[in-house]
Design a protein around this ligand. Structure first.
Ligand code: MN
Length: 233
């Protein structure tokens, strides 16, 4: 078949992220996100961190904003929140992955923002509706380059912070996660066939809050990466 006729119209590009120190990019297949994975943030959202197994939601792959930069204030909200998170990038898939082998599936790590229309999410919670409108919108997943394990190792501890206009708003340590990276991969793989190109946003530390157009967000994970985002109208 003539490749020009394979699709009825030109297909969208595969979303991808730069890989630190390499020319080839990391192609994104799916984005899984863990909810409430740091005790202090779980408490600030009004829940008891000891009582719940991990839970997940998803964002579309094309919600990424590679290497940050300008992010449009989204429609339909007046309470856009930042959630700074460690992101795990997989290069190997599988089902029922054992905790002890889970790290073999990790290609690298990045720092990402799980941008949230908090007012829409809160309404959805109240009404028992899905979270998609609160979580899964355009440009809701800014992300840094991916830092490969092969050159930068694994990241199970280290400070994770977010500053807004130079003031630290979120602060935690990767070692404070309720479900660590291997446990998260293992749990998720009991419910989904994971595949190369999958990203997992691993949850946010305490201090989430609202941003407005003109705000400058600077996320940092010690020994890993930075992510610089400006909210524009
Ligand atoms: Mn989050």
């Amino acid at each position: 078949m003539n490749p020009d006729n394979l699709y009825a119209f030109e297909a969208a590009e595969i979303p991808s992220i730069p890989v630190a120190g390499q020319e080839s990019r990391f192609p994104v297949r799916r984005i899984y996100c863990v909810g409430r994975n740091y005790a202090a943030h779980t408490r600030e959202m009004g829940r008891d961190p000891d009582k719940e197994p991990p839970f997940f939601f998803m964002k579309p792959a094309d919600a990424i904003v590679p290497e940050g930069g300008l992010v449009k204030y989204p429609a339909g909200t007046s309470d856009l929140h930042h959630e700074i998170e460690l992101v795990v990038a997989l290069h190997r898939g599988g089902h029922d992955i054992a905790v002890g082998r889970a790290l073999e599936h990790v290609y690298g790590y990045a720092i990402g923002l799980d941008m949230t229309r908090r007012d829409l999410q809160s309404e959805a919670k109240k009404l028992g509706r899905p979270w998609d409108f609160g979580k899964s919108f355009d440009q809701s997943a800014p992300i840094s380059a991916v830092y490969p394990v092969a050159s930068h190792g694994h990241h199970s501890s280290g400070a994770i912070t977010l500053a807004v206009n130079g003031t630290i708003r979120q602060k935690g340590d990767l070692s404070d996660m309720i479900w660590n990276v291997p446990e998260t991969i293992a749990f998720l793989s009991q419910y989904y066939d994971l595949a190369p190109g999958d990203l997992i946003y691993t949850g946010t530390p305490a201090g989430v809050g609202a941003v407005v157009p003109g705000d400058r967000l600077l996320g940092r994970i010690e020994g890993l990466a930075e992510l610089d985002v400006e909210i524009v109208s």
